[in-house]
Design a protein around this ligand. Structure first.
Ligand code: FAD
Length: 311
């Protein structure tokens, strides 16, 4: 058995493992895909101290850093169930899809999240070629250009406000007949000169020239008319889905969005089980935040273990 088992191998999981290994703890990482969302990322320009890097390169560096320590990396392993111990300081269990069972005194959950996709033609083709999901990450790439934000909830309207300060023009597209964002955000958005808001609009296609995005087509849901707008970028903001489906029956407290509820020490409602990164209620989902949260969860696991020595 492990002293600390980390489920997930993105920036949160890798950072947590480095920290617990450095405490001399027997540490394991079980990850479906080591690297997580970072593997799907092109340019990264907002990881302080690293002016520019690319996802696969950052993953290789995280992998090398993890390999410097005696960490048991179980890649391509999907966790299927979490069975918390009922004994004080006992061993929690994680069951894998391959039938194996892993036990550890403390578990750190870092299974991340995935952006909900529109599922329209062009979205996959032009991903990272004009189709973007993270305004904090990719906004500056569209300086002075025309972009659309699809989604009129809080994250879509926040993204549109953010982008309107950077890009030339923003068109916000909402499927419903009205925006769902908080009134104060809507008011702010409406006050911005370079923003158009289109409601009752069903996005049907992201168009491109074969190389990159050149527009978006939507259907006006009232008139059924198809309308094309020329654009340089499309930000899709229709939700971030935490990878917690496998935790539904574990007794772990989840938010109404399915995120693992954590306190300021990365603790969950179950003693000895911690969580970090995009899978949690932590606000703002970013690499530097996931790394910080993973390190924090590791130090909390250390604290837990030294206070709960086995008898
Ligand atoms: P993730 O990176 O999502 O990693 C989750 C890990 O858990 C993976 O290893 C996954 O395989 C594993 N996993 C999931 N379910 C299971 C399971 N059941 N069993 C076992 N393992 C499981 N952030 C920035 O700061 N800057 C950027 O420029 C930037 N650009 C981005 C571009 C794109 C296209 C995307 C998608 C995201 C971008 N982000 C960026 C966000 C950033 O990637 C995330 O905030 C960060 O990766 C979160 O780290 P994490 O470790 O919490 O989760």
């Amino acid at each position: 058995p492990f002293e600390v088992l980390i489920v997930g191998g993105g920036p949160a999981g890798a950072s947590a493992a480095i920290y617990t290994a450095r405490k001399g703890f027997r540490t394991g990482i079980a990850a479906e895909r080591f690297g997580g969302q970072v593997l799907d990322t092109m340019g990264i320009e907002n990881l302080p101290s690293v002016t520019y890097t690319e996802g696969p390169k950052l993953v290789a560096q995280l992998e090398a850093h993890v390999a410097d320590y005696d960490i048991d990396v179980m890649n391509l392993q999907q966790a299927e169930a979490l069975v918390p111990t009922s004994e004080d300081g006992g061993f929690h269990e994680v069951r894998l899809a391959n039938g194996a069972s892993l036990k550890a005194r403390s578990i750190i959950l870092t299974t991340g999240a995935r952006w909900r996709q529109l599922g329209v033609p062009g979205e996959d083709t032009y991903r990272n070629k004009g189709v973007a999901y993270c305004p904090h990450c990719d906004g500056p790439l569209f300086k002075g250009k025309r972009v659309a934000v699809v989604g009129g909830g809080n994250s879509g309207v926040e993204a549109a406000i953010d982008l309107a300060n950077i890009v030339g023009h923003v068109t916000l597209i909402e499927f419903d007949s009205s925006l769902r964002a908080d009134e104060v955000l809507q008011k702010k958005l409406r006050s911005m000169a370079n923003v158009d808001i289109i409601t009752s609009a069903k996005t049907t296609e992201v168009t491109g020239d074969g190389e990159k995005v050149n527009g978006l087509t939507y259907q006006d849901r009232d008139s059924a008319e198809e309308i094309h707008i020329p654009l340089d970028g499309v930000f899709i903001q229709i939700g971030l889905v935490p990878n917690t489906e496998w935790l539904k029956d574990s007794g772990l407290e989840l938010s109404r969005f399915g995120e693992i509820v954590i306190d300021h020490r990365a603790g969950t409602n179950i003693p000895g089980i911690f969580a970090a990164g995009d899978v949690t209620t932590v606000p703002y989902k970013q690499i530097v935040i996931a790394m910080g949260e993973g390190s924090k969860a590791a130090l909390s696991a250390f604290d837990y273990i030294i206070r709960n020595e086995p008898v």
